[in-house]
Structure formats: C-alpha cells, structure tokens
Design a protein around this ligand. Structure first.
Ligand code: IDP
Ligand code: MG
Length: 140
C-alpha cells in the first residue's frame, strides 16, 4: 500500500553539509519526495513536534538541539515507506544501527543522529500536518 511519512534532516546534518547525501540515499531506495522545505523551529515548535517525549529525560536537550539551526523537512511517499525509511535511517543509537544505514554512517551522537522518520501511520499523519498543508504536497 502506498503511504506517506515525515522525514527530517536534522540541524547536525544540515550544518555538516549532508543534505544532498541524505537525499541521495532516499532517492536510491526509489522513495519519492512529494514535499520539501527548509525551516528553523523555535523551541516551542520543537516541543510541540516531540510532545510524545515530554516526560523523557532527553526532552529538553532534544528540543534545544532541534531548534538550534535549520532543518530540511520532507514528505516521502511509497510502498510501505514508513518502515522502509526507518530501516534506511537505522537505529536511534547509531552504535546499534546496521551497517550501511544513514545513522550508522553519519551520526555522531545518540541525540545528533542526522535524520528523523515517523514510526507509525498515526505519527506520520500528525507529523506531516505539523509542517505541511495539503496544498504543499505534490500529487502524481
Ligand atoms: P527515533 O528518532 O529513532 O524515532 P525516538 O525514541 O523517537 O527515536 O527519539 C527521538 C529523538 O530523541 C532521537 O532521534 C534522538 O535524537 C533523541 N534521543 C532518543 N533517545 C535518546 C537518548 O537516550 N539520549 C539522548 N537523545 C535521545
Ligand atoms: Mg521517534
């Protein structure tokens, strides 16, 4: 089934000039980018986006990091794309990520781990709406 997911190239990757590298990895997997823009989140916007983690010990630090510089946000579309893109990203902790995944190759820290991807249909729906209106998502 064709589905959509929300992907973010995080501030660590943008500042290290890895935008093109991440996009190349996505396109190599035959995943389509159907919306894309560069944004700079405020601390409050980052807190809203990561609301599910509000009780985690890393919430403050994570939302500081995510509002520390520009991000590239994208809507990806494809067959089973939520799971496929999670697989391409690799585990949250780059030390545990599979070889060849984006995080294994480029992450420097469990927090500064280069990319974000929605983890379920429900979170994809919330996260896509958080950044994009339907008008900004390109159809086929
Ligand atoms: P995910 O990005 O792989 O879905 P989540 O558990 O949803 O991982 O956590 C969201 C983000 O919070 C991670 O991508 C990472 O940047 C950060 N994070 C997760 N766990 C930790 C931790 O134990 N210490 C510091 N930061 C963390
Ligand atoms: Mg997550």
């Amino acid at each position: 089934m064709i589905e959509r997911t929300l992907a973010i190239i995080k501030p660590d990757a943008v500042s290290r000039n890895l935008i093109g590298t991440v996009i190349q990895r996505i396109e190599k997997e035959e995943i389509k980018i159907v919306a894309m823009k560069m944004i700079r989140m405020t601390k409050e916007q980052a807190k809203g986006f990561y609301y599910v983690h509000k009780d985690k010990p890393f919430y403050e630090s994570l939302t500081d990091f995510m509002s520390s510089g520009p991000c590239v946000v994208m809507v990806l579309e494809g067959e089973n794309v939520i799971e496929r893109y999670r697989k391409l990203m690799g585990a949250t902790d780059y030390k545990k990520a599979e070889p060849g995944t984006i995080r294994k190759e480029f992450a420097t820290d469990i927090e500064k781990n280069v990319v974000h991807g929605s983890d379920s249909k429900e979170s994809a729906e919330f996260e896509i709406k958080y950044f994009f209106s339907e008008l900004e998502i390109v159809g086929k």
